[in-house]
Design a protein around this ligand. Structure first.
Ligand SMILES: O=C(O)CCC(=O)C(=O)O
Ligand SMILES: [Fe+2]
Length: 345
């Protein structure tokens, strides 16, 4: 069977209430697509469409990323965050003109609400390694940690291939030519980021919750998250204003639609609000997200197949660069964290 479904249970932090809807985040096996099985592909494409138009989140199994590579990546991530602060600060994002490297706890604030505190997570990110260029284009900075650069880079390259396959599935799910997004997903100048996170255990705040990452939607087109078994990621059910956990499934990728794909599809595919609650136990939580953002000059405007006769585009066309800059402003400048705009005004 290509698809199974996890019924999301209530968390301890969420009161059990019969009026609260259940949110099903489907687990979809993409191996039929990778194997060229037409019948299995048709079924999983339909499952993708259903997930993207409803919850905007799904979990992917049967993907091409090996268990061994996932383990090596996450083992390096844990070792990195355990380094002494001065070694992490030596590759601080604040020193990078292409906005990559180490971010301290509190350097980013994903929730726009001014009453909410900054995110209680530390992070490390890389992008495609290049000479310094436009916004977000430049060289990576690595810690002095044996094997770390190698596994992180191997994983980054593997995720690029994986995400290209997913864009093909998404194209099929929108009744487009399979290669419709190939340029977006494969352009050597296209932006992608591999960003790992560490959420230390945090005491409960005045609202009765801990805050690892504030409520937000993702800036790019598609996010692929590898999470450990601690849990804490939650998705908003907008109509009932209730939060629902994304239960960790070993080795699976949590895929979610970002703002760019929501705009591209005229709101048919949902960029859903989510947040992270820090662990309350003594366990630290580690995750690694791969973000697809496309090429800076690409204009995102409603895809023709997403507009039914008589419908109007919900959003004006926007350049990837303008969209990203406005989201970076909100997440960093609003709390006084600077970032480099390169050639931008
Ligand atoms: O670490 C997680 O579980 C999610 C992180 C996230 O939502 C993000 O970085 O956009
Ligand atoms: Fe996110």
């Amino acid at each position: 069977m290509a698809t199974q479904s996890v019924t999301i249970a209530e968390t301890a932090a969420t009161k059990v209430d019969a009026s609260v809807p259940k949110m099903d985040i489907p687990i979809i096996n993409i191996s039929p697509f990778l194997a060229g099985d037409a019948e299995g592909t048709a079924k999983l494409v339909a499952d993708f469409r259903e997930a993207c138009t409803s919850v905007g989140f799904l979990q992917i199994v049967g993907h091409p990323i090996s268990h061994d590579l996932q383990e090596r990546l996450m083992e390096g991530v844990v070792r990195f965050f355990q380094l002494p602060m001065e070694q992490k600060e030596a590759i601080s994002k604040s020193k990078s003109k292409s906005n990559r490297g180490y971010e301290r706890i509190g350097d980013q604030k994903l929730d726009d609400d001014p009453n909410v505190t900054a995110d209680q997570k530390e992070a490390f990110s890389i992008r495609t390694d290049k000479p310094l260029g436009r916004f977000l284009q430049g060289p990576n900075h690595w810690p002095d940690l044996p094997g770390f650069k190698e596994s992180y880079t191997e994983y980054y390259n593997a995720m690029r291939g994986f995400s290209q396959a997913l864009f093909r599935i998404i194209a099929l799910s929108l009744n487009l030519d399979e290669g419709y997004f190939d340029r977006f997903a494969s352009d050597p100048d296209g932006l992608a980021a591999l960003r790992s996170h560490h959420y230390p255990p945090t005491p409960v705040d005045v609202t009765g919750r801990t805050r690892g990452a504030g409520a937000h939607t993702d800036f790019g087109a598609l996010t692929l998250l590898l999470q450990d078994d601690v849990g804490g990621l939650e998705v908003l059910h907008r109509a009932s204003d209730t939060w629902h956990p994304v239960t960790p499934v070993e080795g699976a990728y949590v895929m979610n639609i970002g703002d760019l794909l929501e705009r591209w599809t005229n709101g048919h595919y949902k960029s859903t609000m989510h947040r992270v609650l820090s662990p309350l136990s003594l366990k630290d939580r580690y995750t690694c997200a791969y973000f697809n953002e496309g090429e800076l000059d690409q204009v995102i405007e409603c895809i023709p197949t997403c507009l039914a006769p008589g419908e109007k585009p919900l959003y004006p066309p926007i350049k990837v660069q303008d969209h990203l800059l406005s989201r970076w402003e909100r997440a960093y400048t609003s709390i006084g964290t600077t970032f480099y705009r390169a050639d931008q005004p």
